[in-house]
Every structure is written in structure tokens, then in C-alpha cells.
Design a binder for this molecule. Structure first.
Ligand SMILES: [Zn+2]
Length: 296
């Protein structure tokens, strides 16, 4: 066993008292497409005892937020590693202390069990029933924001357009340039990206030095579409974290099809105006190569 050095109270820069010397983390397991979420009822003797919220707790100094959230969910509710796939990380940063929610997708509801120590009960709860429960105030405060993010994100990258936006000699070896881009994209699936729009930022009412900072970091699936001479890049899967799709014809047609058919939230990366319109009509969002390159 490694040492549990995170247990303890701390005062944040907003003046609150919080549990977790290195911050705290919780797991929000969900079934995509409007399915249920996994909630924990806190044991009666705890702080806010009897309320429903997320399994979670203090993070240790040596732990990543992902590891802390997964450990707590396992200890308290029997969520075994590998049952869920992290898709996004929401941080409520108070300065000197933060609470991080790991939004993690489950293929379907699985069996869970309360530890009857910190946990009174644990259940998969339908979205429509959540507002009827007595919720932990920390969870209730951000529930609407979290609810909007219960969906996996896919980035669909227009390889020719993004490669063409950097004058690095790509025209001498198009397949090599596409393979380089694939290798650069791989770390983003683990490190995450911040979307250019529509995600939480402190509004006017919350602005100022003494406000919590809210951040949503997405752990995206990435599809890189290559065409023409760059198609050879699809033969090397790399680490397998980025799916490389060789377009049989025009890359634009393949990208527009993916934009329309991929489940969940998807963002197409291209500067091509006509393609952007097609993707928007297909229900996708769009962003430019400059945004993607800034994330690398
Ligand atoms: Zn605070």
C-alpha cells in the first residue's frame, strides 16, 4: 500500500474549508445517449450525510486525478478498473484546492456495491429522477453543466487541410507528413483538449479574483482522414490511439459522412468553407487547424 497523505482539511483561497490536502476527485460514471448515471448516497454520519452525489474523496500527492477518482469509486462502490472509460475531466478550481470530476462512460449499467462505510447506498439513477433526490450541494451546483457533458467527444481531422496549413515541406512526402501529424495527435487522447466554444468559463457574475475557475477538458477519440498520396499513412496504426481512415475517393466526402454518422459530440477540424457547411448540416461542430495546432 502506498501512503495516503491526502487526508486532511485545507482552506482554499476563497476562504472555504475543504477535505483533501491535495484536492479531491470524484467519478461520474454514465451510460451515453441519455442513460443512467452512477450515484452514491453518503453514509449518515459523514459531512452532508444521507445526500446523493459522486463516489470520491481526497487525492494523494502521488496520484493523478484519474487515479484518485478511480480508486475512490472502487473502494466505495465497487467500480472495478476497466468498467468505465474516462471521457472528460471537469475541474472546479478554488485556488489552493480543487474538486475534479472524471466523467467516464460505461457501455451499460454494471453491478455495484456499497462499502457500508462511507457509502450508504449506490445506484444507477435515471436522469429524470436525479432532481427528486436530496443531492450533495457540491454535486448539485454543477449538475446541469456535467449533465451536458455526458457524451463522448470525437475529433474528426481533415488531414490534408491541417497538414497543408503548416509549410514544413509536407509536399515532398505527403504520407510521411500525415504520419507525423498522427503521432502528434496521439498524446491528446490522454492529455485532453479544451474546446474553443460553449464550455464553461466564468461568466460576468462570477468574474473577479475571488471566483472559482471552471474547466472542462475532453479526452477525445480522434479520427484522422487521409486522401490521395497520404493514404499510405493508414497502413501504420502507430500506437492505435488515433484511428487513421484512408478516404476511398475525395477526403471531403468521407469526412462529411463521419460527421453525420459518428455517435456523440463531434468536432471536425478543417478550414475548408464548403466542407464546414456540410459538417454543420450533419450535426457536427467545426474548428480550424489553428485551434488544433495550438492544442499540440
Ligand atoms: Zn473553496
Amino acid at each position: 500500500m502506498t501512503s495516503r497523505d491526502g487526508n486532511g482539511w485545507v482552506r482554499c483561497s476563497l476562504g472555504h474549508r475543504h477535505w483533501g490536502r491535495f484536492g479531491a476527485a470524484g467519478l461520474l460514471a454514465y451510460v451515453a445517449g441519455g442513460g443512467p448515471v452512477l450515484l452514491q448516497q453518503r453514509t449518515w454520519w459523514s459531512h452532508h450525510g444521507g445526500t446523493w452525489g459522486l463516489p470520491g474523496g481526497a487525492r494523494d500527492s502521488h496520484e493523478t486525478v484519474l487515479a484518485a477518482a478511480e480508486r475512490e469509486a472502487d473502494e466505495e462502490c465497487g467500480v472495478r478498473p476497466g468498467m468505465v472509460r474516462p471521457r472528460a475531466i471537469f475541474t472546479d478550481d478554488h485556488g489552493g484546492w480543487s474538486y475534479t470530476t472524471v466523467l467516464a462512460q460505461a457501455a451499460e449499467p454494471f453491478e455495484v456495491a456499497a462499502d457500508y462505510d462511507e457509502t450508504e447506498d449506490v445506484a444507477w439513477v435515471d436522469l429524470a429522477k436525479i432532481s427528486q433526490l436530496s443531492l450533495h450541494p457540491g454535486f448539485a451546483e454543477h449538475w446541469e453543466l456535467l449533465r451536458a457533458a455526458l457524451v463522448p467527444l470525437t475529433l474528426i481531422v481533415d488531414g490534408a487541410n491541417v497538414v497543408g496549413s503548416r509549410p514544413d515541406g509536407w509536399w515532398k512526402d505527403r504520407a510521411g507528413a500525415a504520419a507525423r501529424l498522427r503521432a502528434q495527435l496521439e498524446p491528446l487522447t490522454l492529455r485532453g483538449v479544451a474546446l474553443p466554444s460553449a464550455d464553461p468559463s466564468p461568466g460576468p457574475a462570477a468574474a473577479g479574483p475571488r471566483a472559482a475557475v471552471l474547466r472542462m477538458t475532453w479526452l477525445p477519440r480522434i479520427v484522422l482522414v487521409v486522401e490521395g498520396q497520404a493514404r499510405a499513412a493508414a497502413e501504420d496504426p502507430g500506437s492505435g490511439q488515433v484511428r487513421v481512415v484512408a478516404a476511398p475517393g475525395a477526403g471531403d466526402d468521407t469526412i462529411a459522412d463521419l460527421a453525420a454518422q459518428t455517435a456523440g459530440r463531434r468536432v471536425v477540424i478543417t478550414a475548408d468553407r464548403e466542407l464546414r457547411q456540410r459538417c454543420l448540416l450533419g450535426g457536427a461542430e467545426v474548428a480550424g487547424p489553428g485551434w488544433l495546432l495550438d492544442q499540440l
